[in-house]
Design a protein around this ligand. Structure first.
Ligand code: IPM
Ligand code: MG
Length: 361
């Protein structure tokens, strides 16, 4: 099969981790008889430095022409980087929001899994982490507060800022369908998270989710308020299968869930539209403090590449092989610095890539 992939190395550790993910992908392609064509585009700070904007029209067109997009990370240190002296719509993050919107990537899948081999890294008490957990946050990604009208004004000498949170029922329905579809292939439980005790948008969310649930009688649905969910994620994460939620709640809860695993350097994500097309990126950020030192953990990006093979190309065997290689390398005791523990061997980013590629069969 011919795979046409657009890569966004991006900023910070992005270029290093994407390089290692390509190494692993190339090995999988070689073993299973595929051809991969990569085309790089600039986004975030890397694009600002060259074009003065965080994402160009040409870059969007290149991404649109591909089968899938593999991204590293974007952004820099918000207190020291000159990118953050620019107006908000010209900063690195605006590029990420723009590509999500331009490619209609409304469904963001963020799995948070406690790896047996890394259970020690979990910050929860052993009686909670001992149960293990494997949850997936299905976050709405192109609506709500992050895409609503916003403005800052001054009224009678008083500065005032307004952000608006809007959802229509179509936006809610299509993400709910994605959530139930994936729950059906997992442990068949959806926890829909909202703030229906306060917000109209949440009350609409809840009623549309209930309508969609009628088409999935085999999937159990529960509703949970977002503040309670934040609590439950540290109290008993094992209770969750699929957490279905709107943009901002998903942004916040997915960071919390990844921290609870203790190994954010391991977590992949996928942003999908209504077709097979998707953008795949690690759940972590650009870590500018360790950029260029060859010490970053490439596993989240490698696992994002596995998700890409699975969701955009239906290459399940190849995705399985990559995931198995990750488990094998961890079992053998190899660790990057972020997940290092006593008795293990610490390796660099590029060495981790080599070890993973060698284990693809
Ligand atoms: C994320 C990030 C982005 C978001 C930022 C960089 C705009 O935090 O992917 O979670 O909030 O969506
Ligand atoms: Mg975030």
């Amino acid at each position: 099969m011919e795979l046409n992939i657009t890569c966004i190395p991006g900023d910070g550790i992005g270029p290093e981790i994407v390089r290692e993910a390509k190494k692993v992908l190339d090995k999988a392609a070689e073993c299973y008889g595929h051809q991969i064509k990569y085309t790089d585009i600039l986004m975030g700070g890397a694009s600002i430095d060259v074009h003065g904007v965080p994402l160009t029209e040409e870059a969007i067109e290149t991404a649109k022409a591909a089968d899938a997009v593999l991204m590293g990370s974007i952004g820099g240190d918000t207190t020291t980087s000159p990118w953050y002296k620019l107006p908000p719509d010209l900063r690195p993050e605006a590029g990420l929001l723009a590509i999500r919107k331009a490619l209609n990537l409304f469904a963001n899948l963020r799995p948070a899994v406690l790896y047996e081999e890394l259970a020690e890294a979990c910050p929860l008490k052993p009686e909670i982490s001992g149960k293990g957990f494997d949850l997936l946050i299905m976050r709405e990604l192109t609506g709500g507060l992050y895409f609503g009208e916003r403005r800052t004004v001054e009224e009678n000498g008083v500065r005032k800022a307004v952000d608006t949170l809007t959802y229509d029922e179509k936006e809610i329905r299509r993400i709910a369908v994605k959530g139930f579809d994936i729950a059906r292939k997992r442990r068949k439980k959806v926890t829909s998270v909202d703030k229906a005790n306060v917000l109209d948008s949440s009350r609409l969310w809840r009623s549309v989710v209930e309508e969609v649930a009628k088409d999935y009688p085999e999937v159990a649905l529960e509703h949970m308020l977002v503040d309670n969910c934040a609590m439950q994620l540290v109290k008993d994460p094992a209770q969750f299968d699929v957490i279905l939620t709107e943009n901002m709640f998903g942004d916040i809860l997915s960071d919390e869930a990844s921290m609870v695993t203790g190994s954010i350097g391991m977590l992949a994500s996928a942003s999908l539209n209504d077709t097979k097309f998707g953008l795949y990126e690690p759940s972590h950020g650009s870590a500018p403090d360790i950029a260029g030192k060859d010490i970053a953990n490439p596993i989240a990006t490698v696992l994002s590449a596995a998700m890409m093979l699975r969701y955009s190309f239906d290459l399940d065997k190849e995705a399985d092989a990559i995931e198995a290689a990750v488990k094998e390398v961890l079992k053998e005791g190899y660790r990057t610095g972020d997940i290092m523990s006593a008795g293990c061997e610490q390796v660099s980013c590029s060495r981790m890539g080599d070890l993973l590629a060698e284990r693809i069969r």
